[in-house]
Ligand binder design. Structure first.
Ligand SMILES: Cc1ncc(C[n+]2csc(CCOP(=O)(O)OP(=O)(O)O)c2C)c(N)n1
Length: 597
């Protein structure tokens, strides 16, 4: 049977067919749908974890217990999971373990575009890179076999195009997993004391040599001979682009791109006149080829180091070097001119509980040490109230560092406020808050608790009271966490009440010691909150546009009959939160009850 699947769905299918028993993840674009799809397979246990480090550790535990396990995350998630990853490489596994890293060249939805192929090299584990959905399924299954054959975790790396593009996939049956026997008590393999770890490092290097041999012989890496004048080395999405751009060229397709197959590369080099490396982001292959003495005629000197490729870009870039056999049609497609397209910046949803808080932070001209979530949109005008944001959980620690170096005068005038969402707080915001309390910090932390992980599509978190399977579970109490940390002042506020928000933030800034403010209101999208829309009395609107400062797409401008430009509310978009009405000094924005009597 065949089905059209995205790369993410195909990975999930591959996990099911390969007899995976355990799957864990923390959401992050473009990886999220892997676990969401696996959750539909009743015979695979799956769970969202509090963060990627925990996700990898739980999957490692399942693998060490003898089950096949996978763990998925976006590229920056691997930074969070890097600590267990480095040593998981030493302890190895019992059941196969695959870590899926979904990278995001061009940063469609990320704060950086790091190239995670480097992590495979760093942690000395094999790396597989599929080029379409069928390969996503096949490679995931083969990665589990390699994991078990070589006693190592394996990384499967996708990029946004591979994760989200759909293509035909041949489906198979599930390989029934064997029984889990007792836990193996071999401390020398699983307990990484220095004395044991030294021996395991030797095992890692031995394994690496064996993997190099494997890489030269596996069909994952193959020479596809075409025109011998042109040889192209590529993997993943870049291979698919290059194939389209130079259909007649010869290819060394790398499905297993670490360790690199040096003998196969040498064989390919001997067969082609000129050799080009087509790879997105870092010159990962190119550097290796040059370092091992392979003559490369073109790579990053022709192709961009930044961003995402497309077939036209590959065609045009290599054509500059006079490469024969270019797909003329593709090469003729000009780079799209985006300058005359209207800008459509992302924005908070109508009714979003974050809007009122950022409206007030802007009005109070506060320095906000921010974090990652829907609320990062508070950085954009007209809200323009987030002044730093580095990675998940960084905002609280950064605010603490800022406050510690301020002198007495700036401290009172310019006390930083850390703003963080509930999912991010539970992911990596608790330890920096504890650090602030422990070290007698002065910062104000504002937790925007919408009881979901909204940014990535509304996944549950420990505060939502549900697991991935929908089972009820205790919802964590953020006030009790802060109390247990010893936070002396905890203020709760309604984020829709602007006067209350201003009063709470003002009070917090006037209070010495660390303060936590918790703004709790459910995400309107996830919890389907819909109130009657508000209306504007066009006669009373003076057109001052103060209400537009709340950055709501339900608000627009219209010309009145007398030629005056006034505000109007799109009745289909408005969620009736009333935040804009609180900005109006002329009471021109009316609640539905006031209008309907
Ligand atoms: C290490 C890491 N993992 C995952 C992500 C993807 N991501 C960005 S913000 C976020 C959580 C957002 O939830 P929350 O903090 O509750 O804010 P909300 O979007 O609900 O307002 C996630 C999962 C990321 N950027 N970095």
């Amino acid at each position: 049977m065949r089905e059209i699947l995205s790369g993410n769905e195909a990975i999930a299918r591959g996990a099911w067919e390969a007899g995976v028993r355990f799957a864990s993840a923390y959401p992050g674009t473009p990886s999220t749908e892997i676990l969401e799809t696996i959750a539909d397979y009743a015979d695979v246990y799956s769970e969202w974890c509090t963060n990627e480090k925990v996700a990898l550790e739980t999957a490692l535990g399942a693998a060490v217990a003898g089950a096949r396990a996978i763990c998925s995350m976006k590229h920056v998630g691997v930074n969070v999971a890097a600590d267990p990853l480095m040593t998981a490489s030493y302890v190895g596994i019992k059941g196969g373990l695959v870590l899926i890293s979904a990278d995001d060249p061009a940063m469609h939805s990320s704060q950086n575009e790091q190239d995670n192929r480097n992590y495979a090299k760093f942690s000395k584990i094999p790396l597989l890179e599929p080029s379409d959905s069928q390969e996503c399924k096949n490679f995931l299954m083969q990665a589990l076999d390699i994991s078990e054959e070589f006693d190592t975790p394996v990384m499967l790396r996708t990029t946004t195009r591979i994760s989200h593009s759909k293509s035909i996939v041949e489906l198979g049956e599930r390989r029934e997993p064997g029984n889990i026997t007792g836990l193996e008590k071999t401390a020398s393999k699983y307990t990484m004391l220095p004395g044991f770890a030294r021996a395991r490092h030797v095992a890692v290097e031995k394994r690496f040599t064996a993997l190099q041999v494997y890489s030269n012989h596996t069909p994952l890496n193959r020479i596809e001979m075409g025109d011998p004048r042109v040889g192209i080395v590529a993997s993943g999405a870049a291979y698919a682009y290059a194939r389209e751009a130079y259909p007649q060229a010869s290819f060394l397709k790398l499905g297993m791109s670490y360790p690199l197959p040096d003998a196969l590369i040498a064989e390919f080099r001997g067969k082609v006149e000129k050799l080009y490396v087509v790879e997105e982001l870092d010159p990962f292959f190119e550097e290796h080829l040059r370092a091992t003495g392979v003559k490369v005629d073109g790579g990053k000197n022709l192709l961009p180091l930044l961003g995402e490729f497309d077939p036209g870009l590959v065609a045009r870039s290599l054509a500059c070097d006079g490469l024969p056999g270019v797909n003329e049609e593709l090469a003729a497609v000009p780079t799209p001119d985006r300058t005359d397209l209207p800008l459509r910046p992302p924005t908070l949803c109508p009714g979003c509980s974050h809007r009122g808080v950022f409206t007030v932070l802007n009005r109070m001209k506060i320095f906000v040490s921010g974090d990652i979530g829907c609320y990062t949109l508070g950085a954009l005008p007209p809200l323009a109230s987030m002044h730093s944001c580095v990675c998940m959980g960084a905002g609280i620690g950064m605010a603490h560092g800022m406050a510690k170096v301020q002198d007495a005068e700036t401290k009172t005038k310019d006390r930083p406020v850390a703003v963080i969402g509930d999912s991010t707080f539970l992911h990596s915001g608790m330890t920096p808050l504890l650090n602030t309390v422990w070290n007698r910090g002065e910062t104000v932390t504002l937790i925007l608790d919408n009881r979901t992980t909204a940014m990535t599509g509304g996944q549950d978190n420990p505060g939502s009271g549900k697991t991935l399977s929908g089972a009820l579970t205790p919802a964590v109490d953020l006030v009790k966490i802060c109390e247990a940390f010893g936070v002396p002042t905890i203020i709760k506020m309604d984020p829709y009440n602007l006067a209350q928000v201003e009063k709470s933030i003002g009070e917090a800034l006037a209070t010495p010691g660390p303060v936590v403010i918790i703004a709790q209101a459910p995400c309107v999208l996830e919890y389907k909150v819909k109130h009657e829309p508000w209306v504007i009395d066009a006669e009373e609107c003076t057109g001052c546009r103060r209400c537009l400062r709340v950055a709501c797409i339900a608000l627009g401008l219209v010309n009145r009959e007398d030629g005056k430009t006034v505000v109007q509310i799109d009745q289909t978009q408005c969620n009736g939160c009333g935040v804009c009405a609180q900005m109006c000094k002329f009471e021109a924005i009316k609640a539905p009850a006031a209008v309907n009597g």
